[in-house]
Design a protein around this ligand. Structure first.
Ligand code: SAH
Length: 285
């Protein structure tokens, strides 16, 4: 038993930042330069994979894109972590933004713990922070908001009336991840529960990338002006008084482009993931 454990590798669960490759932490960069295997999400800049990863490392994309019905099952991702770590490899599990925020890290932690595989967690710049900074929105500007909430309306569960009321009435800045598809309903709900006319809504597409676009208006003006809009993935929504500050403080022009910075997940790619990627030095190659 003991001898087997000597060959156990290690898994680094790292955030890659929201898009701009320079938002990667130095620590994540150092591990990427050493890693034998990089298991990566879709929302990770190609530049990071092309330029910062060892040329002979194995890169395994395990993207999920639920809106396109394409995804690598979480159990496959768990299996990959175990398989490569048990071969004694240094594995970086690279996730968009921060490693923990709205991610499946808990499944992966449970798997690693259950198999006795050592791991580290390296934080990353989450999309809320990247998008806010690159749009020029100070999330908790003094006099505007004293707190910020990271939320999602993705599951469209029947949320309790008191929850909506609280969201509509609070002065906290609201940041919604994975919520651009049901944005019209989200705005309707907040209006229904009396959100103030001084609240603005900023939609930030492909934040921190050269293709970033920001759309911004008072929340009461959104539906007449933009109902039914489609946004390029990934999109983040910031609601609150602070969103109005984007107008005087934006420092990066919108690209005006609808092109994808992150390649969409190929619908069938997931099926082949496990079989297609084998080590160059392995007998299975
Ligand atoms: N762990 C990630 C979030 C994963 S959930 C993080 O910490 O950022 C995926 C959602 O994050 C997307 O649907 C979108 O709402 C948001 N997101 C991620 N990258 C983004 C980007 N570059 N621009 C805008 N939103 C982004």
């Amino acid at each position: 038993m003991k001898e087997e454990n000597q060959h156990i590798g290690k898994v680094i669960l790292a955030g890659a930042g929201p898009g701009d490759p320079e938002l990667l932490t130095v620590k994540a960069l150092r591990y990427l330069q050493k890693a034998d295997v990089v298991i990566t999400d879709r929302l990770v800049s190609d530049v990071i994979l092309q330029e910062y990863v060892r040329k002979d490392a194995l890169i395994i994309p395990v993207g999920k894109q639920c809106s396109k019905g394409a995804s690598t099952p979480q159990s496959d991702i768990n299996d990959l972590l175990v398989e490569h770590a048990n071969r004694g490899k240094l594995v970086v599990r690279l996730k968009g933004g921060d490693a923990s925020i709205f991610s499946n890290i808990l499944d992966e932690l449970r798997t690693l713990a259950a198999h006795g595989i050592p791991y580290e967690i390296i934080p990353g710049v989450t999309a809320a922070l990247g998008a806010a900074a690159y749009a020029g929105i100070p999330l908790t500007a003094r006099g505007y908001s004293t707190a910020v909430r990271f939320l999602t309306y993705y599951k469209k569960e029947a949320l309790h009336e008191s929850y909506w009321k609280d969201l509509a009435q609070t002065d906290d800045t609201l940041v919604f991840y994975m919520s651009s598809d049901p944005l019209d309903q989200l705005v309707e709900k907040l209006l229904q529960y009396g959100i103030g006319a001084d609240k603005w809504l900023a939609v930030i597409e492909q934040a921190t990338t050269p293709l970033q676009n920001v759309y911004n208006c008072p929340i009461h003006d959104y539906l007449p002006a933009a109902r039914g809009s489609h946004y390029t993935s990934p999109t983040l929504i910031i609601i609150g008084k602070v969103a109005a500050l984007q107008v005087p403080f934006q420092w990066m022009a919108s690209s005006g482009s609808k092109e994808n910075y992150f390649a969409p997940v190929a619908p069938k790619a997931a099926d082949n993931t496990l079989k297609r990627y084998v080590y160059a030095d392995s007998a299975e190659a």
